[in-house]
Design a protein around this ligand. Sequence first.
Ligand SMILES: [Zn+2]
Ligand SMILES: [Zn+2]
Length: 321
Amino acid sequence: MQDSRAAGGSSVDAKRIDVVASIPFFLMHLMPLGIFWTGMTLTNALLCVGLYVVRMFFITAGYHRYFAHRAYKLNRFWQFVMAFGGGTAVQKGALWWAAHHRDHHRYSDTELDVHSPKHGAFWSHVGWILSTRFHHTSFERIKDFARFPELVWLNKHHWVPGALLGTACFLLGGAGALFAFFLSTVLLYHGTFTINSLAHVFGRRRYETTDTSRNSFLLALITLGEGWHNNHHHYQASANQGFFWWEIDISYYVIRAMAWLGIARDVRVAPRHVVLGTSKSARTARDGAGAPEPAASLPEPAAPVAPLAEPATLGVPTPAE
Ligand SMILES: [Zn+2]
Ligand SMILES: [Zn+2]
């Protein structure tokens, strides 16, 4: 299996778009045009918004904060629900998504970053998804979750949850509901992608991280909290990305509700001194006395070939215990 590091290593000088493989992605952008044929009812408009919000939650709280960063724990059933729910967003499988995202943090804004805006706005937003090099899943990056066969199956058949949801929309609401599903999916794509592109370009930088991440209230609103991206790069293991009460973070509020209901456990938040600290002092404090970091959150040395440490050796609890 091709390694994403080797693949990503040439990302700067080889941004070839795989037009044929990207046809489903292009078609997805054409399907909402069917609304001009069916018209848009209030019900279908609400369906479109509802599907956007719910699936954005599965992407941010599931694919991102749970699978990529292990910011809290779930049992195996709820872990599957998160992976399936994220799959309905048609952004490939949780293992594929989280493995690439771990690479983003590992090589943020370097030559090896999967989708740094330094490689161009188009590339960071959508080009890397259309390219030939990132179709595979680097299981080496996500071996902590790749040991669950149901997640591997979902990762391989990643189109299944989205197809089931689209079919359900059609059966229950007709063609208009199906086109609302497609419109919602496209909006969801680009809402998610803004974090890879705009959240590294627009907004304020509270922490002097080694990357270009920024905090944006607007992006946080449309991504249910992911817009506090500078906070997130500063302390990746935290389940909350809004560090202060005015930093709205809907996904985190739901995670807290899940914890209250007994669904989520061991919800991790950034220690207060890390939240208040500058980059240097916070890093020192975190490395010295902070909570253990998941494998994907470790500060990386310059050498791109350094393998990830096994989570077990870091004292990080295994998922779905
Ligand atoms: Zn980032
Ligand atoms: Zn992240």
